[in-house]
Design a protein around this ligand. Sequence first.
Ligand SMILES: [Zn+2]
Length: 418
Amino acid sequence: MRDREKRTVRDLRRTNRSAVLRKLYFDGPLSRQELAPATGLSSGSISNVVAELTADGLLEEAGSVDSDGGRPRTLLRVARRSAYLIGVDVGETRVGVELFDLGLTELARAERPLAAHGYDVDRVVGLISDAVADVLRDADVAPESLLGVGVGVPGIVDRSSPGGAVVHGQTVDWDGVPLESLLREAAALPPEVPLFIDNGAKTLGQAEMWFGAGRGARHAVIALIGSGVGACIITDGVLYGGAHSSAGEWGHTTLQVRGRPCRCGARGCLEAYAGAEAVLERWAEIGGDPGEADEETALAAFLASAAPADPGEADDKAAALLEETAEYLGAGIADLVNLFNPERIIISGWAGLMLGRHALPAVREAAAAYALRHPLERTTIELGRLGPDAVTVGAATLPLADFLSRGGRGRESAPAVR
Ligand SMILES: [Zn+2]
């Protein structure tokens, strides 16, 4: 009984800290007087929680505002430099690592190309560990002040194993890779700094929902289009994961039975038509020259050929391929509209942003042609706002979300259950 009472008090304290931190993080600076109605807490509770969070170094004063006739009210905000976050994007062509302060201002970044060696697990783990050490050194941040390291990966992430997250990346030949334990072993991080591993499309989705084109939406799908294609489905404000958190593998939904071979081993997947790797393969098949450089440069060359500034100079075959790619993408989006009835569909990822800049109207047109009219008329289709590096930002939001929901670090707040 005593234990239960203790736990209840602790839970309540954590809930209150979380409510105040979250409000100040997303809507601050605010005064204590504004915080009470905004969080539903009494002014007494606000005073206690603010005192605690300030003592932990997590809040700071941010000037004051006049109140009607009374004393000026002090504004409070989350102290950006009170803790740090690392986001890692295990992308298709590179590993990107960025160090952020609590306000997600980038302090240092490191990039390691993957191209020549592909996805050799040990090599990728080594690259991540080295890059994490590099950004900490470059920004002169002690590893102990990290809230955590978030990692976005291509593949399905299984968290049911006792040894930590295991990645099933069928398109990159990662078959049950125990990434969390491998990273824990390789990276020179204190044991109390947690690792958070999730699918890259999901981390990107969280970043766009919190800070980008998804803000304010309750029902949205964020499409990640790079070499391959993924999606993050948000229903009623919550990420839709399915029974084993693999939901959202939109890139491997079938658009054409017996169609083009896909990297997953099946045929006719959306990814085999709308992913950058597939577009570039198809371009080469009709005589295009993707060159020897990276995929991003090659896709830019394709777009310059298909949709040049002077439309009179467009290559007809390339233009037709772009049109068809937009149609496949639009048809895939129509499936999302029919299945999930989102308010908003956000096209992101480096290739999605590049294709979207030239083909968004055609994608919208195709979606309208293939989707049911009623839900389509209530859906907007737009481009992501966080740029091609949004997966890294999204990965950093994993430890940030944990911090906000715990109402602080596990270490300074009451011992919390993960
Ligand atoms: Zn596939």
